[in-house]
Design a protein. Structure first.
Length: 417
């Protein structure tokens, strides 16, 4: 088994509430990302995106990585991993500096980024991302890369994502106990957007809603820049729990029933459809109308979409979503999810699956793999500048953060042309 080559092979590790998924991607000579390995196992030790049992989480990670190693023939020792959970907080910030030599240099960009992130952050939180939205030179706005431009005043607008120090450390500890080095931690909706959203959609304005097991992650892009992110502590497991209680059946059986027969809109279900429900203990299985399932599922899915809508209304960003909404995550596959979302948001909605990859494309052609594939894509876009080698007691270095920002600027310019 060959050692992992960080130059042309990247591993994305999606540590979710319901599953742990390791995806191995390799960049071909033509620059296309080829998926060469997938490893997936049920997740244990996490709740709502947060580690609650390190030993169980480590076992899940090891299993997923072992499956991916066997399929790809690659020894996995370095990963890009995602993070979510109710502890995530994000906000927009501005920074302004005078241009020293009347021409924007990298030192000016460094100073203006430092000015933008000079905000009070509680000691129990750390910065996960600082993502530039646009630069302004004098009165000229909408600049993606200001280097070399003439002016006297440089301003930047950035999106800052922070997370709980302990929760970030626990994710890293789980990976390290699994024998892995974490090259970078990426907010899950940002990773998902790399795989499931097209550049044209990001330019026009698009919202990504990633409905995971324990959380629902949101990211909004306008003019090819991220404008808003948030994490809501409700996900597909809440739907399963509703079914388990309403149908008086074990959680695992309720999950299987949801996947096979679940529907988000009661009006789409025929009154003649019936479903067999396994009994609890020594009780016999029984049959119920499938419409009853939908009557349990629809209110919870509508609640999730309504909370997201209220979240976007508070920052007055919903009118900017000219391209509509993209749904990812396992629950996005449920029948009626698109139609229900369209009725709540009054916008066009589609299901987002990984795009622009080859190899095991059919195997990852599912919204539940958007985060894992997105982590691989993110890794390739930042591989030259993103070597953070994070440890539980070591936050991102300023130099590394600045390199990531420059890398983001390069990818913006690439998107524009």
């Amino acid at each position: 088994m060959a050692e992992i080559n960080s130059d042309n092979t990247i591993v994305g590790l999606d540590i979710g509430t319901t599953k742990v998924c390791a995806i191995v991607g390799k960049k071909t000579d033509s620059g296309v990302i080829k998926i060469i390995g997938i490893g997936q196992t049920p997740s244990k030790g996490l709740r709502k995106g947060v580690v609650i049992n390190i030993d169980e989480a480590v076992m899940s990670i090891k299993r997923a990585v072992a499956y991916a190693e066997r399929m790809s023939g690659v020894k996995i020792d370095t990963v890009y991993t995602g993070i979510a959970g109710g502890h995530i907080r994000s906000y927009n910030s501005n920074g302004v500096v005078a241009i020293k030599s009347l021409e924007v240099a990298e030192s000016d960009i460094r100073r203006v980024i430092d000015a933008a992130k000079a905000v009070a952050i509680p000691p129990d939180r750390e910065i996960i991302h600082i993502i530039p939205q646009e630069f302004i030179v004098d009165d000229q706005a909408g600049i993606k890369d200001p280097r070399g431009m003439s002016g006297t005043r440089l301003e930047v607008r950035v999106h800052i994502v922070t997370g709980s120090v302990t929760n970030v450390q626990n994710i890293v500890k789980c990976c390290q106990k699994s024998g892995l080095t974490v090259k970078n931690i990426v907010l899950q909706p940002i990773a998902s957007s790399q795989a499931a959203i097209m550049s044209e959609e990001k330019d026009l304005g698009v919202g990504l809603i990633d409905i995971g097991g324990g959380t629902t992650d949101v990211a909004v892009f306008v003019s090819n820049a991220i404008k808003h992110t948030s994490v809501i502590s409700i996900g597909g497991d809440h739907i399963t729990n509703d079914l388990a209680i309403g149908l008086r059946t074990p959680f695992k059986e309720a999950e299987d029933i949801k996947k096979k027969y679940g529907c988000c809109l009661t009006e789409l279900v025929s009154e003649e459809d019936v479903v067999k429900i396994p009994g609890v203990g020594d009780r016999k299985p029984r049959e119920i109308q499938r419409r009853l399932l939908s009557e349990i599922i629809e209110p919870r899915m509508e609640e999730i979409f309504s909370i997201v809508k209220d979240n976007l209304d508070k920052v007055n960003i919903l009118p900017m979503l000219a391209s509509g909404i993209v749904l990812t995550g396992g629950s996005a596959l449920m029948e009626g999810a698109v139609e229900l979302a369209e009725s709540v948001f009054n916008l066009p909605v589609r299901v987002g699956k990984p795009i622009n990859v080859t190899g095991l494309k059919d195997a990852v052609d599912n919204p539940m793999y958007a985060t894992g594939v997105g982590l691989v894509i993110y890794g390739f876009e930042n591989t030259e500048d993103d070597n953070l080698n994070i440890t539980p007691t070591n936050k991102m270095k300023d130099d590394s953060m600045f390199s990531i920002i420059l890398s983001k600027m390069k990818s913006w310019i690439k998107d524009m042309f």
